[in-house]
Design a protein around this ligand. Sequence first.
Ligand code: TYC
Length: 101
Amino acid sequence: MAETGTRLRTKTVTRTAKPPLHKVILVNDDFTPREFVVRLLKSEFRVPEAQAAVIMLTAHTRGSCLVAVFTKEIAEEKANRATEIARNQGYPLLFTTEPED
Ligand code: TYC
């Protein structure tokens, strides 16, 4: 057979898998005061006042609203922590998490 001078080479491509992201979602209820929701969004999620008000009103009118996106562990930690702070104040406010599509 004729020598073509062609050789097979193996090329290694290294990729770092991105961690799956999860959404923190604010759920509406009829009891938690609006101002408390806004304050919690500011203190726990570092959301600026104007944006916190928009998120709160969106949840209030539509039933729920996306707050922020984190890795799974951080999202769950923040949602649980914010929910617990509300419960400690006697409010039924709920933050949930779900995988980002
Ligand atoms: N619906 C509440 C009220 O009228 C305010 C509220 C908004 C509560 C958003 C929860 O996720 C929420 N006092």
